[in-house]
Design a protein around this ligand. Structure first.
Ligand code: GLA
Length: 399
């Protein structure tokens, strides 16, 4: 009898312990099935700010289809802030008629016609950061409007949101997007101010972890320091977003941009180019040629897009400026980053055990040199100031 009662109590407490998970699994939302790998694309903000137009977006789509970006995986062409000028009598958002003659739908059609996807921007508060109409109180109609226009991706900002609760407002938008019936990637942009890593994985496909990036080394580095703390939370369909890329905008050196791009790839960050990608087609400028070389490095992109979506960690740091990052990949190899944060070059060495390789030897491939280095029992090399050496290390079975 006592035994039976104990057994009953055990069953009840096990059921209770499982309940929160069961509730989560049944909640109407979380997984819209999108962004199984980090989204890739382009966004207007970092380079063009408010200077957006249909013409620009069409030229960007043309360029991405022609310069190799689309084929390398950059899919979403997103207009950021400033496309909207108000609402009509029915409450539908109106695009600036001077800059977007004909409205958004034909533009989305054009982008789709180039084999790309179309993204747009709004704000969960009353106004956008540039003072345009926000979606607060209009979530359902805006989601329906975006779906009708053929939008595939929505970035939702957090200006003019005083007194609102981020978790609640973004859940309202999530549900509105789901109810729209169109698959739309949901990008949450509240700058990491409301601990999004605690709730955003059940709400959006990506969430900003920090304030805005600027086109300089210190800004990029500060973002890495913050964002990497949340590495464990990311998973297929739900990614930390350390903000859009500055590669090609001219404020960092080639080494620094390579570091920026490599770090984003190690972190499984969304790869959203923020430069004038029109310049990558037949460009003669050094900055544009470097940007092209960086943004189109398919072996680095493959690390970012790895199906496992496993987090990267710093596994060795003999000095605060010297780091070895490592991350397991789906094929059993490791992505490894030798990262020199200092302003003088230095030698950095990766130990196989520390990066999670259990065999004695492994094949080392340098992803920036695009060449195999050899079959080795560890690897050390000189890393330039503010630079990286990025490797794929594949274990070789011991005899
Ligand atoms: C905020 C966002 C930026 C950009 C601007 C637009 O600052 O974080 O990425 O969208 O708003 O106003």
């Amino acid at each position: 009898m006592i035994r039976l009662r104990t057994l009953c109590a055990l069953v009840v407490s096990l059921a209770l312990a499982a309940a929160p998970n069961a509730a989560r699994a049944q909640s109407p939302r979380a997984d819209n099935g999108l962004a199984r790998t980090p989204p890739m694309g382009w966004n207007s903000w970092n380079h063009f700010g408010c200077n957006v137009s249909a013409q620009l977006v069409r030229e960007v789509a043309d360029a991405m289809a022609a310069n190799g970006m689309r084929d390398a995986g950059y899919a979403y062409v997103t207009i950021d802030d400033c496309w909207q000028v108000g609402r009509d009598a029915a409450g539908v958002l109106i695009a600036d008629p001077a800059r977007f003659p004909g409205g958004i739908k034909p533009l989305a059609d054009y982008v789709h016609g180039k084999g790309l996807k179309f993204g747009i921007y709004t704000d969960a508060g009353r106004k956008t950061c540039e003072g345009r109409e926000g979606s607060y109180g209009h979530e359902a109609i805006d989601a329906k409007t975006f779906a009708a226009w053929g939008v595939d991706y929505v970035k939702v900002d957090w200006c003019w949101a005083e007194g609102l609760v981020a978790r609640t407002q973004y859940a309202i938008m999530r549900d509105a997007l789901l109810a729209s019936g169109r698959p739309i990637v949901f990008s949450i942009c509240e700058w990491g101010e409301n601990q999004p890593w605690e709730w955003a994985p059940a709400t959006g496909n990506l969430w900003r972890t920090t304030g805005d990036i600027s086109d300089n080394w210190n800004s990029m580095l500060a973002i890495v320091n913050l964002s990497m703390q949340h590495a464990r939370v990311a998973r297929p369909g739900a990614w930390n977003d350390p903000d859009m890329l500055e590669v090609g905008n001219g404020g960092m050196t080639r080494e620094e941009y390579r570091s920026h791009f490599s770090l984003w790839a190690m972190m499984s960050a969304p790869l959203i180019a923020g430069n004038d990608v029109r310049q990558l087609t037949d460009s003669t400028s050094r900055v544009a040629r470097d940007a092209r070389d960086i943004l189109l490095n398919r072996e680095v992109i493959a690390v970012d897009q790895d199906a496992l979506g496993a987090p990267a960690f710093v596994v060795q740091s003999p000095h605060p400026d010297v780091q070895v990052w490592a991350r397991p990949l789906a094929d059993g190899s490791r992505a490894v980053l030798l990262f020199n944060r200092a302003s003088v070059s230095t030698t950095i060495r990766a130990d196989w055990r520390r990066i999670g390789i259990r065999t004695k030897t492994a094949v080392v491939r340098d992803l920036w040199l695009r060449s195999d280095i050899g079959t080795l029992d560890g690897y050390g090399t000189t890393v330039p100031a503010h630079g990286v050496v990025m490797l794929r290390v594949t274990p070789v079975a011991d005899r």
